[in-house]
Design a binder for this molecule. Structure first.
Ligand code: ADP
Ligand code: GLC
Length: 476
C-alpha cells in the first residue's frame, strides 16, 4: 500500500506546531502496518537543505507563476518529495507569514501548488510512482481531494488538525486553480461565493478524519464547526476521529539527550535534577514545591488570555510557573507583567525552543493546557510520557487522553491528571488548587505520574486505524 501524504509541515524539517509532529511521525508508524508513506512538502529553504540524494521526479514549466521541479529524496529517514519552486517557497522563516507577521499575499497560489503537485504525483505524473491513497492534512493541502475528484486520481483522505484555519480566498482565485467550472459549486470549493480550500477538501474527500474522537463530534456542532458543521453533519458517515500518538523515540525520558537527567517510572527521583536545571533557566527560586509548566502558542485557542488573568491565583496556591511560548502580543505582555510582579515565582521565556520544550516536560511537575478548543493536543501526551502531570481543559483530544483525578478514578487507580470545564478563571483556579492539594500528598502524586507514564501514547493503535482506513478505501 502506497500513500502520498501532503502537508505544509514535516518534523524535523519544518514545524510551527503539532501538525509537523504528526506528519513526521506517522510514516515510521505506518511502515509497521505495511504502508509506505511518501511525504510531499513545499521546498522551503530548510527542506531543500535537508534533502539527500534527490532525483528529479517531474518538471513543471509553470506552476502557479514560475518553473518548478519535484525532487524526491530522503531526509531524516523520511521519503520526501520537495516542490522546488523558488518563486513560491524560497523564503526563510515561518512557512505562512512574511517578516511583517502577515500572511504572504500569494498563499492561495503557494498552497494550491502544494495540492496540485500532490494530486499529480499521486495520480502517476511520473510513471515510476503512483499512490493508492492521497492523504491531505489541513487547509494548505486541502485542494488535493478537489483535484483528484475533478481531474482524476486515487482515493483521498482529508485530515482536519484545526478547523479554525480554513484557507478562504476571494472568488477571483478560482480562475487560477485550473479546475473545471463545475468545481465552483456546493460540492466543490465554492463557499458563500468565495473559494474555501478546506471546505473543498471536506466536500470532495473519500474519507474525512480528525485527530480525536471528541473533536470529531465537536466539529459537527455550530459551537466548534466554525461554519463547516453543516457540511460535516451531511458527511458524518465519512468522518472519524483517530487520536494522535507521539514519536516515542524522540520523546523518551529514559534516553533523551536534550535533558540533563534521564529517568524512568521507577527512578522518578532523578527528575529533581531536571527541575533544578529548569529553575535555573527560568530564574526561579529553587525549591521542591509545585512547579507548573506551559509550552504553548500564546493564543485565544489555547486559553492563554484566561491563563494570564489567573497568574496571581496560581502564585497564591504556593506554586511556581515556567512558561515557554510565543504568540499574541497582548497575551505576552500580560504574562510578562505577572512575571514582574512575581519575580522568582513566575519565569517566562518568549520564543520557540524545541530543545527547551523537552526540559520543560522532564523538569516541571505539571503541564497546563487550558485550551478553549483542542483538536488533539500533543503537549499533554508528552507530559504523560514524562511524568509531567497534565492539567487540561475538558475538550477535544484533551478530554480523550487525560483521566481526571476525581474520587472514583483515584480509588480505581486510573487517574492520570486534572480536567476542568468550562474554560474560565474560576474553573482553572479550582483545578490549580486541586493539583496543589494532590501534590501535597507525594504518594498520590507519584501514582498519577506512574500511571501516565504507563499509558500507551505511541502511534501503534492509531497507525493501525489509519492503515485500516486506507485499506477500506482501496477496497471500496
Ligand atoms: P498546536 O499544534 O495547536 O500548537 P499541539 O499540542 O498539537 O498544539 O502541538 C504543539 C507542538 O509545538 C508541540 O510539539 C509543542 O511541544 C510545540 N511547541 C509549542 N510552542 C512551543 C515553543 N514555544 N517552543 C517549543 N515548542 C513548542
Ligand atoms: C493542530 C491542533 C492540535 C493537534 C495538532 C496535530 O495544531 O491545534 O490540537 O494536536 O494539530 O494534530
Amino acid at each position: 500500500m502506497k500513500v502520498l501524504s501532503a502537508a505544509s509541515e514535516l518534523y524535523p524539517l519544518v514545524k510551527t506546531g503539532g501538525l509537523a509532529d504528526v506528519t513526521g511521525a506517522l510514516p515510521a508508524a505506518l511502515a509497521g502496518e505495511g504502508v509506505a508513506v511518501t511525504s510531499i512538502v513545499p521546498g522551503y529553504p530548510a527542506v531543500m537543505a535537508a534533502l539527500d540524494k534527490a532525483a528529479l521526479l517531474h518538471a513543471y514549466p509553470n506552476l502557479f507563476g514560475g518553473p518548478a521541479k519535484l525532487m524526491r529524496g530522503t531526509a531524516h529517514g523520511l521519503d520526501v518529495i520537495a516542490i522546488d519552486a523558488p518563486h513560491l517557497f524560497d523564503r526563510p522563516g515561518n512557512p505562512y507569514l512574511g517578516k511583517d507577521g502577515k500572511d504572504w499575499p500569494d498563499n492561495a497560489q503557494r498552497f494550491a501548488a502544494l495540492a496540485r503537485a500532490a494530486a499529480d504525483v499521486a495520480g502517476g505524473i511520473n510513471k515510476h510512482y503512483r499512490a493508492d491513497v492521497l492523504h491531505c492534512h489541513d487547509w494548505q493541502a486541502a485542494l488535493g481531494p478537489v483535484y483528484t475528484r475533478f481531474l482524476g486520481g486515487p482515493k483521498s483522505v482529508m485530515t482536519v488538525h484545526n478547523i479554525a484555519f480554513q484557507g478562504q480566498f476571494p472568488a477571483t482565485v478560482f480562475g487560477l486553480l485550473g479546475l473545471p467550472q463545475q468545481a465552483f459549486a456546493i460540492d466543490g470549493v465554492e463557499y458563500y461565493g468565495n473559494v474555501g480550500y478546506l471546505k473543498g477538501g471536506l466536500a470532495t474527500a473519500d474519507a474525512i478524519t480528525t485527530v480525536s474522537p471528541t473533536y470529531a463530534q465537536e466539529i459537527c456542532t455550530p459551537e466548534y464547526g466554525m461554519g463547516l458543521d453543516g457540511l460535516l453533519r451531511a458527511r458524518r458517515g465519512m468522518l472519524c476521529g483517530i487520536v494522535n500518538g507521539i514519536d516515542t523515540d524522540v520523546w523518551n525520558p529514559a534516553k533523551d539527550s536534550l535533558i540533563p537527567s534521564c529517568y524512568t517510572a521507577r527512578s522518578l527521583q532523578k527528575r529533581a535534577a531536571n527541575k533544578r536545571a529548569l529553575e535555573a533557566r527560568f530564574k526561579l527560586e529553587p525549591d521542591d514545591g509545585l512547579l507548573h509548566g506551559v509550552v504553548s502558542r500564546l493564543t485565544w485557542q489555547k486559553g492563554m488570555d484566561i491563563f494570564a488573568a489567573s497568574l496571581d491565583a496560581l502564585v497564591a496556591t504556593g506554586a511556581r510557573l515556567a512558561l515557554l511560548g510565543t504568540g499574541e502580543t497582548a497575551i505576552e505582555n500580560a504574562i510578562f507583567d505577572a512575571a514582574t510582579r512575581h519575580k522568582g515565582r513566575i519565569g517566562v521565556i518568549i520564543g520557540y525552543d524545541e530543545e527547551l520544550s523537552h526540559l520543560m516536560q522532564a523538569g516541571a511537575d505539571t503541564i497546563l493546557v487550558p485550551s478553549r478548543f483542542e483538536p488533539c493536543g500533543l503537549t499533554q501526551l508528552y507530559g504523560l510520557r514524562y511524568g509531567c502531570v497534565p492539567v487540561v481543559a475538558r475538550t477535544g483530544g484533551l478530554s480523550d487522553t487525560v483521566i481526571d483525578a476525581n474520587d472514583a478514578a483515584m480509588q480505581a487507580e486510573a487517574a492520570t491528571g486534572f480536567q476542568f470545564s468550562p474554560v474560565d478563571e474560576a474553573t482553572l483556579e479550582h483545578a490549580l488548587c486541586r493539583a496543589a492539594d494532590c501534590f501535597a500528598d507525594q504518594k498520590l502524586w507519584r501514582g498519577l505520574q506512574k500511571r501516565g507514564m504507563e499509558q500507551d501514547v505511541s502511534w501503534a493503535r492509531s497507525a493501525a486505524a489509519y492503515a485500516q482506513l486506507y485499506r477500506n478505501l482501496v477496497k471500496a
